[in-house]
Design a protein around this ligand. Sequence first.
Ligand SMILES: [Mg+2]
Length: 203
Amino acid sequence: MSSPPLFIDPCGLAFDIDGVVADTMEVFVTLARERFGFEHISKDDISCYNIYKCLQIEKDVLDELVCLTMDDEHTMQIPPMPGAPEFLTEMAGAHPLRFVTARIWSESITEWLYQTLPEVPRDRISVIASGAPEKKSEILKELDVRYFVDDRTETCLQLKESGIQPLLFIQPWNRNDSYDGLIRVENWAGLKECVLLPNPKLR
Ligand SMILES: [Mg+2]
């Protein structure tokens, strides 16, 4: 499905972190393979956002895997999505970076951002932990965010209803969701094409 051309002013842009900036499920599948012996598993097996519905793994094991993936130690091991650090570093040259995560705690993922974006001054990075995806729209409205990049289709639909333009960042768990009218972004190179970054030479 193609998306209409869009030119986003980065002033009004903010980001989800897990599944958009952070390749969090890479750590999840590595732990599933190495700690629990699910050697067959890959990110492509995560075909829906609710992992309990699409993975043939016991609930208790999935609970443990999720906890491990999100703990402080493993959070710091998450690789960034390709192109994200370069884009965000460039954007931070002109605009502060704003992130809203559904995580309960912001500390470890904020440290992760500092580690991932070493050239961005720390006071240019702000992270709000909403604790639940349903709370994002209210927070984003308070922040005057107009565009938000997220990998959870339900969140994107909710944002759209509340007047914020969502950009669905494509991942195996949302690729098959067929909702008309959502702008889909395949990767960070695709996102860069629609954002008016400050330095034209870098575009
Ligand atoms: Mg996410």
